[in-house]
Design a protein around this ligand. Structure first.
Ligand code: PLP
Length: 229
């Protein structure tokens, strides 16, 4: 069966406005990031033709040819995967946003390697709200330190926080995890950090994320169907 990306995008946007209304949110403050990892250029092209221009990728080697292919399209590329030290230069040169920053060494490398001809690289700090040993991300106590350090790096712009919580099926359990990030986000803003991005919510936990204040949702399979590789 052929995937109808235009229709899927419309359905995802409809869900976002439905959930926004349900939880008293304004849907214009929720950005949709189309996660195109494992998806073909043809599908990305369909999404662009349907008006989508923000895309998320996890793997540098896969992302670079796509960024080149669509370089005439004025797209916004978000790196959302784990960041290895030897990849920071190409990430800093080719992406507009990086969501998975979770240590100072990586932040410093991204800052130093961001070309001075480009605007500061937008970053979100990744927080391991579920404190699972196998997941990357800062534990809650480490976030303030890294926020302070990132403020000193002039080629980075700290925009907010990101999380990938432990998989839970009940919406109340999903909300509990997201609420930890949301509370942390509020407390950082009260401390004076000018943050505007709470990056949480994927295909399976979109409603819970919107209920808890997400401002950027990262949807892959809900738009493109199952990944091809
Ligand atoms: C793959 C991925 C997504 C998208 O997941 P779907 O379940 O396909 O919506 C979102 N965020 C991150 C960090 C991912 O790695």
């Amino acid at each position: 069966m052929k995937i109808d990306i235009q229709k899927n995008l419309a359905l995802v946007k409809e869900s976002i406005s439905l959930y926004s209304a349900r939880y008293g949110r304004n849907c214009s403050e929720i950005t949709l990031l189309a996660v195109s990892k494992g998806q073909s250029n043809e599908k990305i092209r369909q999404a662009i033709l349907s008006g989508q221009h923000r895309f998320g990728e996890n793997y540098l080697q896969e992302a670079l040819p796509k960024i080149i292919e669509f370089s005439q399209e004025a797209l916004e590329w978000h790196f959302i995967g784990p960041i290895q030290q030897n990849k920071t230069k190409k990430i800093a040169e080719n992406f507009h946003w990086v969501h998975g920053v979770c240590d100072l060494k990586i932040a410093v490398r991204l800052n130093d390697q961001r070309p001075h001809t480009l605007p500061p690289l937008n970053i979100c700090l990744q927080v391991n709200v579920s404190e699972e040993k196998t997941k990357s991300g800062l534990v809650l106590d480490e976030v303030l330190f890294l926020c302070n350090e990132c403020q000193k790096l002039s080629h980075l712009k700290l925009r907010g926080l990101m999380t990938i919580p432990a998989q839970k099926s009940a919406i109340s359990d999903q909300r509990k995890e997201f609420r930890k990030l949301s509370n942390l986000f509020c407390s950082l803003k009260q401390k004076g950090f000018e943050l505007d991005t709470l990056s949480m919510g994927m295909s399976n936990d979109l409603e819970a994320a919107i209920a808890e204040g997400s401002t950027l949702v990262r949807i892959g399979r809900g738009i493109f169907g199952e990944r091809e590789h």
